[in-house]
Design a protein around this ligand. Structure first.
Ligand code: PEP
Ligand code: MG
Length: 325
């Protein structure tokens, strides 16, 4: 099967009825980057920068961060890499950063909340990213945005660093795009506020589904009980797809859902055209895309959703379509 998927790598991911689907990697280690050549993916949709911090025994210095980002960009070549700002705290504990115990770490002092509260950490990372870009295009993604003001505050920190770089006579990115992750349900109700401010949005289904269902993503006893593509979750995801379309901004799914065939099909069926996943999923998902007649599935799923179909019904519908192909 590996050889079979390898043969697909240079084929563009376009459905039989001509709908282009952009397939991207989730990654976090420089060692993952050469896999882009093996899978033929269009780029890295989510680079989890916290991995470097998690495997280090002390806070990586500015220069070390910049080297890693520069190496990742060099390996990606012309393909874009979306660097997500540190998503630490919660369950991603750094032993060298003072960790206070929290009752609910997933909903605690983490991610951009920590970044804005300790701006030194955030500034250093932003500086490292800007240095690594060396005047080329750069994409930065802000995790765990709960309200638009946090995104605006982060943008201000980034703008200050760009200005600082400019003043010191160093090259600033030729194009700087800043996106927000939609993974805290509250942001679903502020999409029309955040989208004009964001260059793109990325949905983190792992956290979004966890918080929508109040079921710990790491606890299979509860998380398995809720189908992520059941009506309420699909509706939530579709809200983001529709809002992004209204504002003319790209939307990518970068949670693990995108790498599972039936779930990826559900996402494409509700209009999602950009999927980011573990590199091993690219081959199987691309094969599905190439065999897909997507427009009729989109129509059938739209009808099922407006009829109020439940999760099992949507799954059955999609299974039927896959078997027919
Ligand atoms: C997510 O929440 O779906 C996501 C992509 O981020 P992480 O899994 O790193 O929290
Ligand atoms: Mg997340």
């Amino acid at each position: 099967r590996r050889a079979h998927y390898a043969a697909l790598k240079s084929k563009p991911a376009v459905t039989r009825d001509g709908i282009e689907i952009t397939l991207l990697h989730n990654s976090g280690l420089v060692a993952d980057l050469p896999m882009l050549d093996d899978t033929g993916a269009a780029g890295v949709g989510l680079f989890r920068t916290e991995l470097q911090f998690m495997i280090a025994s002390r806070l990586p210095r500015l220069q070390e961060q910049a080297e890693l980002y520069a190496e990742a960009m060099a390996l990606a070549g012309d393909r874009p890499v979306v660097f997500r700002l540190l998503d630490i705290g919660g369950d991603k504990v750094l032993p060298y950063l003072r960790a206070t115990s929290e009752e609910n770490p997933a909903m605690g002092y983490r991610s951009i909340r920590l970044g804005l509260d300790r701006p030194g950490l955030l500034r250093t990372q932003v500086r490292a990213l800007l240095m690594a870009a060396k005047g080329r295009a750069l994409k930065i993604l802000v995790p765990m945005v709960t309200e638009t003001f946090e995104f605006l505050q982060t943008k201000r920190v980034i703008a200050k660093e760009v200005e600082r770089l400019r003043r010191s006579g160093q090259p600033v990115p030729s194009r700087l795009e800043i996106g927000a992750m939609v993974e805290v349900p509250s942001l679903l109700f502020e999409l029309d506020q955040i989208l004009p401010e964001a260059d793109f949005v990325s949905i983190g289904s792992n956290d979004l589904v966890q918080f929508l269902t109040a079921a710990d993503r790491a606890n299979p006893r509860v998380s398995k009980a809720y189908d992520p593509i059941a009506l309420p979750r699909l509706r939530a995801i579709r809200m983001v797809v529709d809002a992004a379309e209204r504002h003319g901004k790209p939307v990518t799914m970068c949670g693990e859902l995108a790498g599972k065939p039936m779930e990826a099909l559900a996402l494409m069926a509700i209009g999602m055209n950009r999927l980011s996943m573990g590199p091993a999923s690219i081959g199987p998902i691309k094969e599905m895309v190439l065999n897909l007649e997507l427009a009729p599935i989109r129509a059938a799923v739209a009808e099922a959703l407006s009829d109020g179909a439940n999760g099992a019904a949507i799954r059955t519908l999609l299974t039927g379509w896959v078997e027919k192909q």
